[in-house]
Structures are given as C-alpha cells and as structure tokens.
Write a protein that binds this ligand. Structure first.
Ligand SMILES: [Zn+2]
Length: 201
C-alpha cells in the first residue's frame, strides 16, 4: 500500500492524495488550490499522475479545496466513479457550477485587458459542462455503508461534522481471508487549521 500527498500537506488547500493498493490507484479528494494569484495559478499545472489511469475517486466533502479540481480531472480524461456521500453530491453540484461561472467571467474580464495589450488570451480552468460531467460521475452513498471502491479496498463513510455530508473514510483492505487492515483518512482539518493526518487505529 502506498499513500502520496499532493496537496493540503504543508498548506491547507488543494487536498489531493493518491492511494495505491494491489495495482489499483484511488484518488482521495481533488481540491482547488486557493489563496494568492500565484498559488492559484498552480491549479493549471498537470496532475502528478495520469487522470485516465485512476480507478476511482473518493470525495470527503463538498468544499472547493477538496472538490474544486474534479471538473479538471474529468476534462483531462478521468471516466471512473467518484464515490461520495449523497449530500456532498448535492452541495458539490451547486459549488462547482458557481465556480465554473465565476471562473469564466474572471477570464473574460482579464482577456478584455489582455486583448487591448496584445497579450495571449487565457482559457477558463474549466467550464460548466466539465462540472456537470464530474457530478454525473458521482456514485452516492450513505454513512456506514460498505463501499467496494476496488476489489481490494472497501470504504465506509462516517459522519465527521464540519459540513453536511463530510465523511471520514475508513478503509478496509482484505490482506488474507481472515485479516482485515483498517486505516482512516483523509487529512482531516478545519478550513483554517493546519492539516493533520487523522488516525483512529
Ligand atoms: Zn472543508
């Protein structure tokens, strides 16, 4: 089992972690990097993994620092399921549509200035149809439901407060017919606190 942290480690936003188990790859959250213009420009960087090759995504909650790059992930080729709580799907649908609208308007405004200055035009990070496709790929679940994410990995969402639908994910990996390994993730934090890895076991 390998766990790699690509965001919200040493910083608060941009939650994005890769879990590799038995040859399968699961992405835990795909959040937007928020803060200064310079920090936010990193949202346009290539993902440090292949979106096409992911087997599944598990989304902990709706806030954009956890969900905001899902439309980009879809735009770059991810076609698998995004497992999440049903309330998170409903909230994410609204938040991503709003983010797409604001992003398009921001680029239009900046391009008016860039056109006058003869500079190359920008394109939006993602558009409404990308957000809608990401939401359409969501597989929704309730708390305490055993979710078979891959043949080797089962996830159970547990209510963690913070926002409606926020779920701590307890992963169970069957190692042998009689042994089950349990870990908890994701990096659990408030939106203003330094992140820390939660562990109950
Ligand atoms: Zn949050």
């Amino acid at each position: 089992m390998e766990l790699e942290f690509f965001g919200a480690a040493g910083e608060v936003t941009g939650s994005c972690h890769i879990l590799r188990v038995a040859g399968r790859t699961i992405l835990l959250d795909c959040g937007m990097i928020q803060g200064s213009k310079r920090a936010e420009s990193r949202n346009r960087d290539p993902f440090p993994f292949s979106a096409k090759d992911l087997d599944a995504v598990v989304l902990s909650h709706a806030h954009l620092d956890h969900s905001g790059r899902l439309p980009l992930l879809v735009r770059r080729g991810f076609r698998g399921p995004i497992h999440t709580h049903f309330a998170t799907r409903d909230l994410t649908k609204v938040l991503l549509a709003d983010a797409a609208h604001l992003g398009v308007r921001d680029v239009e405004r900046r391009n008016r200035r860039r056109r006058r200055a003869g500079k190359p035009l920008l394109t939006p990070l993602f558009e409404l149809q990308d957000a809608q496709r990401a939401v359409a790929q969501m597989a929704t679940h309730r708390y305490h439901e055993a979710i078979q994410v891959t043949p080797e990995v089962t996830v159970v969402f547990q209510d963690a407060g913070h926002i409606m639908g926020y779920a701590m994910s307890q992963r169970r990996r069957r190692r042998t017919p009689s042994a089950v390994q349990r870990r908890s993730w994701p990096v659990r934090h408030t939106d203003t606190a330094r992140p820390r890895v939660a562990s109950r076991h």
